[in-house]
Design a protein around this ligand. Structure first.
Ligand SMILES: Nc1ncnc2c1ncn2[C@@H]1O[C@H](COP(=O)(O)OS(=O)(=O)O)[C@@H](OP(=O)(O)O)[C@H]1O
Ligand SMILES: Nc1ncnc2c1ncn2[C@@H]1O[C@H](COP(=O)(O)OP(=O)(O)O)[C@@H](O)[C@H]1O
Length: 296
């Protein structure tokens, strides 16, 4: 079997796979099943529309590339599946072979009801010293005071643990962002308002994190503080070291930062004119409120 993974894991009680008409390019699977060496196509559609996929079935074949699918009513000539009985198919994802997606009856919807909020990711990007951590903490505090459950994933902090094996060269920054995107997705699935604050300098990697979630649940916040502002703050003295050539590949000095072109929120900070941490947080809270994230 060849399967493409649905764009996001299926969760919740309503998700079940069912067979649909096969695309015309491949023969439909006959009622009696496939002959040995024959191939057919199933379209499997989960109850949730986002989880649609197409599966090509070749008799005796057992390769998949996505979450396990229960093929309903398929019969293979080698007798491995009986018509009318669901057959679980294992998946290959990356380097993991023969794995199954295990669903639970308690899903994101149930958790969101419990928390009276919608799980989402607020992704704060900007130069070092732009105020990402300050905003993340102010936002967390503000939402907490309103009774909402948040969790902050701070780039600096994660590099003390989960990402301690990563440097600041391009491929390690990309892996850093990928990992944080995956963790953030889990927190959002848990029903939390996850606040990720990383430099995350590359547009494509931020886009990949966005694509892990339903589009409206990824809220990209650009803390647009010019280099002059960040450098004049320099709370850790890193810009000074970078200018002196003692840190190589420092973002904004001798390493790139690609500003977002289509983010949900821009917080503008000019020389001598930056909004206070509270008013930056309020700007994000207003967005969350207006878009229904602060209610179930
Ligand atoms: N070379 C280089 N470039 C940029 N930043 C550096 C570098 N070396 C160390 N630091 C410190 O690491 C913090 C950024 O970590 P991130 O995980 O957010 O970076 S990235 O998203 O992987 O680019 C960043 O923290 P913030 O100032 O909070 O952004 C810096 O303190
Ligand atoms: N809105 C703001 N107005 C004035 N100073 C700020 C503001 N936001 C952050 N700062 C200060 O700028 C410095 C860098 O902030 P920080 O949150 O650590 O940035 P980042 O996480 O992007 O590196 C800190 O000293 C912080 O107190």
């Amino acid at each position: 079997m060849l399967a493409r993974p649905p764009p996001r894991p299926c969760s919740g009680a309503g998700d079940r796979w069912r067979r649909q008409d096969a695309p015309s390019a491949m023969p439909r699977v006959p009622a009696g099943g496939l002959g040995r060496g024959a191939a057919g196509v199933f379209k499997l559609v989960a109850a949730r529309p986002a989880a649609t996929t197409v599966v090509a079935a070749a008799a005796g074949e057992r390769r998949t590339a996505g979450p396990a699918a229960a093929v309903d009513g398929a019969q293979l000539a080698n007798g491995s599946a009986v018509a009318g009985i669901s057959k679980l198919v294992t998946s290959t994802v990356g380097k993991s072979t023969n794995i199954l997606w295990h669903d639970c009856p308690i899903g994101q919807n149930e958790r969101q009801k419990l928390l009276n909020q919608k799980g989402c990711v607020v992704w704060i990007t900007g130069l070092s010293g732009s105020g990402k951590s300050t905003l993340a903490c102010a936002l967390s505090r503000e939402l907490h005071s309103r009774g909402h459950l948040t969790y902050v994933l701070d780039g600096d902090n994660l590099r003390h643990g989960l990402n301690r094996d990563l440097s600041f060269k391009a491929e390690d920054r990309a892996e850093n962002i990928r990992r944080v995107g995956e963790v953030a997705k889990l927190f959002a699935d848990a029903g939390l308002i996850c606040i990720a604050s990383l430099i995350s300098p590359y547009r494509s990697e931020r886009g990949a994190c966005r694509n892990l979630l339903p589009s409206s649940s990824f809220i990209e916040v650009f803390l647009n503080a010019p280099l002059e502002v960040c450098e004049s703050r320099d709370p850790k003295g890193l810009y000074k070291l970078a200018r002196a050539g003692k840190i190589k590949g420092f973002t904004g000095i001798d390493d790139p930062y690609e500003p977002p072109s289509d983010c949900e929120i821009v917080i503008q900070c000019k020389i001598g004119d930056c909004p206070s941490p509270k008013s930056m947080a309020d700007q994000v809270v207003s967005y969350l409120e207006a878009n229904g994230f602060l209610e179930d």
